[in-house]
Design a protein around this ligand. Structure first.
Ligand code: DGJ
Length: 702
């Protein structure tokens, strides 16, 4: 029996967690914040943070803590709902062990009637960064169904009064919405068999409505390539709690005798302002999530065939497209959907990963040779987890899709899901990918996933990770992009195998600016594909000029998804110049510290990346300004006492450049201190919608 009030601390260089035994097998989180002094009296800390009893609560109130149980008046969300055989278990988890050692706290509970063991770990893995994992083991008699199982339960520090979540939809991902935490429970969940567009796998808790950059904040990511759930509620006495299921499976998780399972991973990052939170997320992703990030070659500029040609493919057209791409300075040619057997539209062919002879009579090699001859490398689109009813694979193996024998097989985008938990289907798709990679010079796979999993057997997420893991091991040099109708499956559990995500199918620069603003809160630019699409945009119908599209696409992993043959010579020249600028600045863009630039005019978006003595910023106006002259653009985060040469790299937005006060000086550069840039800023013409400026900032050598 662990004595009530006993406490444990775990420390990183800049963060401390204090855990306290709250009585009756409960462990509470007494402190989560910047590192406390070594001599801090933990008992005093705990007691000074404890409220006395009031008239209307149990005499020994249950606090829930890290493993809430529905006992003795506790009304919050219990961590576990369990069935054993036919019986609903009245959970009684008893704390068996807890220890804190350096950056790690580990605790074990055993459920007294079923013997189910829960091992919880809170580990500080980097600056202000904590990973929470949970492992469960059934005892020798186990016959357990975990109907729900939290990967993280925690009380929310009381100064976090608001929560930002990022739900969205196809082509409009990651719409930030801030909610005040209160007694109405907030529940966000994915029921897609993938994280989806609509759920709560990226959350930021803060102390205000999120408008003030300087408020404390806590970012939380749920790593799951399947479904998840996030639940937040505040009780009558003001105590708010969060619970997250990182591994949510339809029908629950079954454990038989001796079975062991983990419940995925939740990452917590704490900061005292939002810009810093973003930097900590980017650092964590670069250091701990992405595969061998330090060995990466520069992110090549892509030409992707999708919005250029869609399904209208033949070898000659593709070679022409590739030649036009090379002429612009593009470095990788990506053949998107439509290249494989029977695929003339989105209604056939998935599963038949053989090259279509009608399009490529001599296979893919002549096209690849052409691309390689132009000094570009070659990438290929695949959607390995899917099967079209109209495919040879389905005709041969109609039982290889996810299905319920008693029901119809409803499609989405005319397709079904290949059941990769079947060894035969897994082996087939693995061999098909191996054949493609072994027989062709392929540097990159765009790995798509365009259907929700229904019916979902809950196993697909493990199969896909196994498949990606095998391929990464066998082909370490092949880069993989994770796409799911755009950003429908973005998670650390995918990113550990991938080099890029496709943030959205929406390449309209006005939409993209907002979408990128949300993704960049968590993910660095080098993994966020960002393409120059056609005008009018095929999704929104909006027309935008090339200068604006190119400047927006430069802040990301740049690509082009429109056909140079349909551009004017002028447009090609503008695009070529921006591709050259991207190459010139990509080491900064992809290795530096990113920050959003805030402007009083909400229709102006800004981003800046700073690396060593150089920084590049973009500011983009999406509406018609209220005043003709908008407020100067302020550039915080530079060294206040250093002098910088500030230029506006050309090409300039045509119409707006007429309103620059001193064009020659903007070309040769103004020399200004970091303080002047942060405090007063730059008077840039940003009156007209669809105007963007690049700002180059380089330390002035004396
Ligand atoms: C959906 C993707 O998000 C698009 O970029 C494109 O690859 C299509 N699928 C192809 O079918």
């Amino acid at each position: 029996m662990i004595e009530t009030g006993k406490s444990w601390r775990t420390d990183g260089d800049d963060i401390t967690l204090v855990f306290v035994a709250a009585g009756r097998d409960e462990i509470d989180l007494a402190y989560l914040g910047p590192r406390l002094p070594d001599g801090e009296d933990l008992s005093a800390l705990v007691r000074a943070g404890t409220f006395g009893l009031h008239e209307n609560e149990p005499d020994a109130p249950r606090i829930g803590g890290l493993l809430p149980q529905a006992h003795d008046g506790y009304r919050g969300r219990p961590a576990y709902q369990i069935r054993s055989g036919k019986r609903q278990v009245d959970c009684g988890f008893q704390l068996a062990h807890i220890q804190a050692d350096g950056p790690n706290m580990m605790a074990t509970w055993v459920e007294k009637s079923t013997g189910l063991q829960v091992d919880m770990s809170w580990e500080i893995v980097g600056p202000r960064t904590v990973e929470v994992t949970m492992e469960l083991m059934a005892d020798d008699e186990g016959d357990i169904l975990l109907e729900s199982a939290s990967s993280l339960s925690m009380p929310l520090p009381r100064h976090f009064t608001h929560m930002a979540a990022f739900s969205g939809r196809w082509a409009r991902e990651m719409q930030a919405k801030t909610t005040r935490i209160g007694p109405q429970a907030i529940e966000m969940r994915s029921a897609n068999g993938k994280p989806g567009f609509d759920a709560g796998n990226w959350l930021v808790f803060h102390g205000d409505d999120g408008q003030n950059n300087d408020a404390d904040c806590l970012g939380i990511h749920t790593a799951s390539s399947g479904d998840h759930l996030a639940h937040v509620v505040q009780d009558q006495d003001g105590r708010a709690s969060l619970s997250i299921e990182a591994r949510r499976q339809p029908g629950g998780i079954s454990l038989n005798a001796g079975d062991f399972t983990d419940l995925g991973q939740v990452t917590l990052i704490l900061s005292d302002n939002q810009d810093h939170l973003t930097q900590l997320f980017h650092d964590h992703v670069r250091t701990n999530v992405l595969p061998q990030r330090s060995d990466w070659i520069p992110r090549k500029v892509h030409l992707n065939s999708w919005e250029a040609l869609a399904f209208d493919l033949d070898e000659a057209k593709l070679k022409t497209l590739a030649s036009a791409a090379a002429d612009l300075g593009i470095e990788r040619f990506v053949l998107d959907d439509g290249w494989f057997k029977g695929r003339r539209g989105d209604d056939a062919g998935l599963g038949d990963w053989q090259v279509d002879e009608a399009i490529f009579p001599d296979g893919l090699t002549p096209l690849i040779d052409h691309v390689r001859g132009l000094d570009m490398d070659f990438g290929l689109w695949v959607e390995p987890e899917m099967i079209s009813p109209d495919s040879d694979l389905y005709r041969t193996h109609p039982d290889w899709c996810l299905h319920d024998d008693r029901a119809d097989r409803p499609t989405e985008r005319n397709q079904l899901v290949l059941d990769l938990s079947r060894e035969d289907a897994f082996a087939y798709i693995y061999q098909a990918l191996v054949a493609l990679l072994d027989n062709h010079d392929i540097a990159y796979l765009k790995w798509d996933h365009n259907r929700r999993l229904f019916p979902d057997n809950g196993l697909q997420q493990f199969a896909i990770q196994r498949l990606l893991g095998k391929l990464r091991q066998q082909y370490p040099a092949v880069e993989i992009e994770s796409c799911s109708s755009g950003g429908g499956r973005v998670s650390f559990s995918m990113l550990q195998y991938c080099h890029r995500i496709w943030p959205s199918d929406n390449n309209d620069p006005i939409e993209r600016l907002r979408i990128m603003e949300s993704w960049t809160r968590f993910l660095p630019l080098e993994i966020l594909g960002n393409h120059v699409g056609p005008s009018p945009n095929p999704i929104t119908g909006r027309r935008t000029d090339m200068d604006f599209r190119a400047k927006v696409a430069l802040f990301g992993h740049m690509g082009v998804e429109t056909n140079p043959a349909v551009m004017s010579e002028d447009e090609r020249a503008i695009l070529r110049a921006h591709i050259a600028l991207y190459k010139q600045w990509r080491d900064v863009l992809h290795g530096g510290a990113f920050r959003q630039l805030r402007h009083p005019e909400s229709s102006i978006y800004g981003q800046m990346v700073l690396s060593g003595q150089r920084a590049l910023a973009v500011v983009a106006q999406t509406a018609f300004a209220e005043n003709f002259n908008v407020a100067p653009v302020r550039l915080p985060g530079l060294d206040p006492d250093t002098l910088y040469r500030v230029t506006l790299p050309k090409p300039w937005p045509q119409k707006s450049s007429a309103y620059l006060a001193d064009p020659d000086a903007w070309e040769s550069g103004f020399v200004l201190s970091g303080r002047a840039l942060a405090e007063r800023g730059l008077a840039l013409p940003l009156t007209y919608p669809e105007t963007a400026w690049l700002i180059a900032i380089e330390e002035q050598k004396s």
